[in-house]
Design a protein around this ligand. Sequence first.
Ligand code: 5MM
Length: 348
Amino acid sequence: MKTDQQPLVTTARQLMAGKKGILAMDESTATCNKRFKAQGIPETEEYRRKYRELLVTTHGLEEYINGAILFDETIKQSTVAGDLFIDILVKKGIIPGIKVDAGTVSMAGFMGEKVTEGLDGLRERLAAYKKLGARFAKWRAVFSIGTNTPTVTCIKTNANVLAQYAALCQETGLVPFVEPEVLMDGGHSIEKCAEVTNQVLQAVFNALHRHRVNLEGIILKPNMVLPGIDHPIQNNNDEIARATIACLLNCVPASVPGIAFLSGGQPTLLATERLNAMHRLFNASLPWALTFSFSRALQQPALEIWKGNDANINAAQQSLLHRAACNHAACMGSYTPEMEKVIPNLIY
Ligand code: 5MM
């Protein structure tokens, strides 16, 4: 029996409302430790807890952020004063979500390609996360561009897995964030990225359709269409905005309420500038809300300020707030480089 879909649709719209974005703070333990190591921060559960406390207790975050994606460890953690992070988010009006994939593994027979795992027992895990207070979930599939990749088999396999995950989420009453990421590593051109992103998104929406997923109750979390980091031609922001929007208009049905980009390792300011360019050029003509669901492009400057030191918490929070404010402005096409010069504790 189908669950009542209206709450899903309402949550998806709430997540995309008011030109606000999503804070992705769902780094797995390995990824979080890798980022800590680069800053000389102890790679322990307590330091991960302290860092996530810094993020969720940032005063005013809700002015720019509608939702936060948590990780299994984080959704059960509390502040040093004993308040569950999830309760703090809800009190601020930020909708809690949870990453539910179990990461990627090599795809047998397809050298260099990955498939995302985590479907086993997913129905039960989703129910448990819903009980803890999550209202949406997230699953990421990754595709590398190489001479002969991604293959059709890799694309179809991951698309089917994403669709099964999305159907299970909707059955549970959680909004699925569907995240097919075409990586920016490599020497390919922007045209190649556009071709592959088109192919991937078409396969994903085809699979969602076959799995009877209600598109009004999902959020798409895609990559921007970018040249590979090693390609000699690095396109300007307007070219990237045009290529990205052309691809999305070609592949994403208007019934999808929102698209929230990942940042994918782009330099922090460029991610903001490119989102801004999309709104400056296309805002009035887009059928879906278009926003950000960044991890690194929101958090990295804050992490570099914090460095694991309590004395830096306030400055790190101001930095997070500032990036959130800049990206909120980008969602209105009103971001300017001058915003980077102001003291970052203003509410814009
Ligand atoms: C935080 O990174 C997430 C994946 O973490 P793991 O690889 O540790 O599982 C990732 O899903 C993230 O939410 C999105 O890719 C967006 O992050 P970026 O840094 O690309 O904006």
